[in-house]
Ligand binder design. Structure first.
Ligand code: ZN
Length: 312
């Protein structure tokens, strides 16, 4: 294993912020795994276990695997009290993962960071971007409508696979979709993994992601880095379905992540904040599967309350 440090910039106190990179094995650049774009993503534990696993098998690894557990040190150094602020730079208000226009690296921090990460990632055959999201179980984003992507999703074996063909500018989308102006990128099969609830240590969710990534690495070892297509079916969910809060108030939800829901099912109540006598039912508009929901019990009118997937 080779550890290296890539400096990004010197902060106002004169200290260098940068990226720690861990390279395992030699030979073809096969798997690249990054995480920690937004601060507060508790994926570091996953990287730690993958690090240990790769250390054990490194002598038999026929290709190279690279881990970068904290890709955005700026997000992690922005804290209010004990929590990281989250998705946005406090300096320019941008979410680095939504500014993957990497054509002009010198423009601002987001461009430089993304240019740097893309330059690393596009040398690999498979790329994974690890995040965490509100109250949820681990799930996979498939970024391209392609039998190879579906086959990789089957190997990874997450319980929920979302297909997101909407235009977006994030890391895995930029690498997975060559029409975004990155011709070289069509050699990288890139995925986003949402690893479960934000800010929490959850043994089951951590181990699920670790097991699935290990299964994929082992598959590549057995098959010399190639994906063999099978006719095994895969269940895909269309993700763009939200239930917003009908009023401002305090929420009590009856659901869990991955629950199946039916049209007209009562999913919870909102206790209306300007009328103590009212508990308003939240009704499902569709059949679907719960992906994630609000982490706080206090919610404002028209804020996103529940996110669910529809089976394709
Ligand atoms: Zn994130």
């Amino acid at each position: 294993m080779k550890k290296s440090f890539f400096p990004l910039y010197n902060d106002i106190s004169g200290n260098t912020l940068g990226i720690h990179r861990y390279d395992f094995g030699i030979g073809q650049k096969m798997v690249y795994i990054q995480g920690g774009m937004h601060g507060g993503e508790t994926t570091y534990f996953i990287f730690h276990r993958i690090y240990n696993y790769l250390s054990e098998i490194e002598s038999e690894l026929p290709f190279s695997v690279t881990l970068i557990p904290i890709i955005n040190p700026q997000a992690w150094s922005q804290r209010i009290y004990y929590n990281t602020v989250g998705k946005f730079s406090l300096i320019n208000g941008k979410d680095s993962n939504q500014f993957y226009d990497t054509s002009t690296p010198e423009k601002d921090f987001q461009h430089y960071l993304c240019y740097t990460l893309k330059s690393i990632a596009q040398e690999y055959k498979y790329g994974f971007d690890l995040h965490t999201a509100r109250v949820s179980n681990p799930y996979l984003y498939i970024e391209a409508d392609n039998e190879y992507y579906n086959e990789i999703a089957k190997i990874l074996n997450f319980k929920i696979n979302l297909v997101d063909f909407e235009e977006s500018g994030d890391f895995s989308s930029i690498l997975a979709r060559p029409h975004k102006g990155n011709k070289k990128s069509n050699t990288v099969k890139a995925f986003t993994i949402e690893c479960g609830s934000h800010d929490d240590y959850d043994e089951i969710k951590i181990q699920e992601v670790v097991n699935n990534l290990k299964t994929f690495i082992n598959y590549l070892i057995e098959n010399s880095g190639e994906i063999i297509l099978t006719s095994k079916p895969i269940k895909l969910l269309k993700p763009q379905n939200y239930i917003v809060a009908p009023v401002s108030g305090f929420v009590n939800l009856f659901i869990k992540p991955n629950d199946k829901i039916l049209k007209n099912q009562e999913l919870g109540h909102i206790y209306k904040s300007n009328d103590l006598s009212k508990a308003i039912p939240i009704i499902s508009p569709d059949d679907g599967i719960i992906i994630q929901f609000t982490k706080t019990v206090c919610i404002m009118e028209k804020e996103e309350l529940i996110w669910y997937g529809k089976i394709l």
